[in-house]
Design a protein around this ligand. Structure first.
Ligand SMILES: [Zn+2]
Length: 298
């Protein structure tokens, strides 16, 4: 499964540069900092598909009545995703589900709205969208609090909220017939926290509780991430939760030992996770983020 993970952990600067590409005309393929990448669709069975372009990934579910799709990513990528959907079905787009509030996943929704789709997000995303608007961001039409089932005709998706993790409004998009959950950014399979380790643990302690709740309450067998390869086993979620708890424990142990704060990020070592993608590059930055949590409570 790890051989599928060819996409590097994205640095924030790369993400911003990538977003800046979003005003381009619809291309045959999308130019990104990783090169020019065409959309690739993978059939996951029973009407569920995942499609990726430019290092980003979403899902779409085709039912008797129409289509539900996940993040649009950006205007040019949404156009690519739409043309991939149209290779599978001509049915109407019924729903878009934003995974969380970060611009690098939720811009370009107008492409799907023009096809008639209703846009959903978790309700806690709304204040983020109001505070930080963007010309390519379409506000959700509907929001939910804990759980929302969307039916596209003999095919269902469950929008599930398990508390703060990578963001405070992340939706775990579950497809019960396929036993597959789509998790964006909170779990990048068998990788440490990306974006330089500064952002992905936005709620470092609740992160663990959120994944535990997902594991306890949802009988998923596989997950589709928001970057990288199309599918990963359930164990990828457990691994990510255990890495997060390991980080929390290791940083706390250094604080309790009296290690000077400035030396803590470099002192933390988690050898049981040394094979994770980005371990050598981002472990210290991940530890720094946890140190901030323990020192100021954020
Ligand atoms: Zn994010």
């Amino acid at each position: 499964m790890r051989t599928l993970l060819r996409t590097p952990i994205l640095a924030l600067s790369v993400m911003l540069a990538f977003t800046a590409c979003s005003t381009a005309q619809q291309p045959a393929s999308t130019a990104t900092p990783f090169g020019t990448l065409s959309a690739v669709t993978t059939d996951l069975g029973d009407g569920l598909y995942t499609v990726s372009a430019g290092g980003y990934r979403t899902v779409f579910l085709v039912g008797d009545n129409g289509v539900l799709v996940g993040d649009p990513i950006s205007t040019p990528i949404a156009k690519q995703f739409l043309s991939e959907i149209r290779k599978v079905t001509s049915k109407p787009l019924l729903y878009v589900v934003y995974s969380h509030n970060h611009w690098d996943h939720v811009l370009g929704g107008q492409v799907f709205k023009d096809e008639g789709a209703e846009i959903w997000s978790h309700e806690a995303c709304l204040p983020h969208f109001y505070r930080n608007s963007h010309p390519d961001l379409v506000l959700p039409d509907r929001s939910y609090e804990q759980k929302q089932v969307l039916d596209v005709g003999n095919a269902k998706a469950e929008l599930l909220y398990h508390g703060p993790n990578h963001s405070d409004c992340s939706t775990h998009l579950y497809f019960p017939a396929q036993k597959i959950v789509h998790i964006v950014d909170t779990v990048q399979p068998y990788a440490v926290s990306g974006a330089g380790g500064r952002m992905n643990d936005s709620y470092p302690k609740q992160f663990v509780a959120s994944l535990q709740k997902l594991e306890d309450e949802v009988p998923f067998e596989r997950m589709v991430p928001g970057h990288g390869g199309p599918i990963a086993p359930r164990d990828a979620v457990t691994n990510r939760r255990e890495y997060q708890q390991g980080l929390l424990d290791a940083v706390k142990a250094e604080i309790d030992k009296g290690t000077p704060f400035g030396e803590i990020p470099g002192a933390v070592s988690l050898p049981q996770f040394k094979d994770l993608l980005g371990y050598d590059q981002y472990l210290a930055a991940n530890a720094q983020r946890i140190l901030i949590y323990y020192t100021i409570g954020w």
